[in-house]
Design a protein around this ligand. Sequence first.
Ligand SMILES: Cc1ncc(C[n+]2csc(CCOP(=O)(O)OP(=O)(O)O)c2C)c(N)n1
Length: 329
Amino acid sequence: MRQLKETGLTKEELIHAFKQVLRGRRLDERLWQLTRIGKTSFNISGQGAEVGQVAMVMAFQPEKDYFLPYYRDMTACLAWGMSSKDIILGSFGKEADPSSHGRQMPNHYGSKAHHIISHSSPVSTQLNVATGIGYAALLEESDSVTVATTGEGSFNQGEVAEAMNFAAIKKLPIIFVVENNLWAISVGTEEQYANKEMADRAAAYGFEGIRVDGMDFAECYLTFKRFVDQARAGKGPGLVELMVSRMTSHSSDDDQTIYRSKEELEEMKTKDPLAVFQKQLLDEGYLTQQDIDAMELELKEEINQATDEAEQMPDPKAADILTHVWAEQ
Ligand SMILES: Cc1ncc(C[n+]2csc(CCOP(=O)(O)OP(=O)(O)O)c2C)c(N)n1
């Protein structure tokens, strides 16, 4: 694993990165609790992908770049600028939910203020929208870069080929990201694809693809930084395959112990990216256990307050259900 000093990031930036990872994990745990006690209807979780997601976001400039996340990207959306309360408002489906004012399913993150574009439920369609945004950047001579994420199962959708091909032809400033957690609901990789790596597919379109270990913060950050710099300089798209794990069931509606072996689930616990990143920061002298305890306390208070405030906000009115669904003319 690469050392954190290789990133060139300051101590403050690395501590900030860890806090975003921890915030993502603790907030997701809260979202699960809310489904279990019947206060919310659904959760789909990015536990096991947080370190790769934060490293990815730190290579972009959220004030000018565009992010098209998929449903496991809560931690990435927090790192991009959304707040814990923004996320919980979406889980409760409140009118103040910035993603869709409670019209969409939870976990379909969006925030106009933050250049985060909410995705449709048919998987991977956000990649084509990203290509459109990248094409607009080219026509407008803007130096913004667009990033779109998806899962490895979803990466087999036909429209992904169209998005990547057009992006390559026009040398669009887009980073395509596959978060490969080895499972598409209950379907393992041997039934999803026959090529070795998802990253290999980029070469077929004429651009570079690379696979990175989503537990290695420095490697992820430096890879994204290189791709983003290239894209911003007009050198075209890149593909990053982030190897992550799915530490939970697919969603709050299934039970992964039915289709994953006990051994696999036990082994995964030893590869928790939060624990790995925390240990690295302790070992390399960026944090003490005391710092982490204080951060835990602060996040607990933040998440408790965000939950209470979000729960008390008004629900959407039935009579207004068709507003915010289409663009106003
Ligand atoms: C076009 C389409 N087909 C099927 C589904 C149902 N579906 C939702 S998530 C999912 C699995 C996606 O797996 P993967 O891309 O590996 O992402 P992961 O959930 O593992 O992160 C499926 C089949 C859908 N939403 N859209």
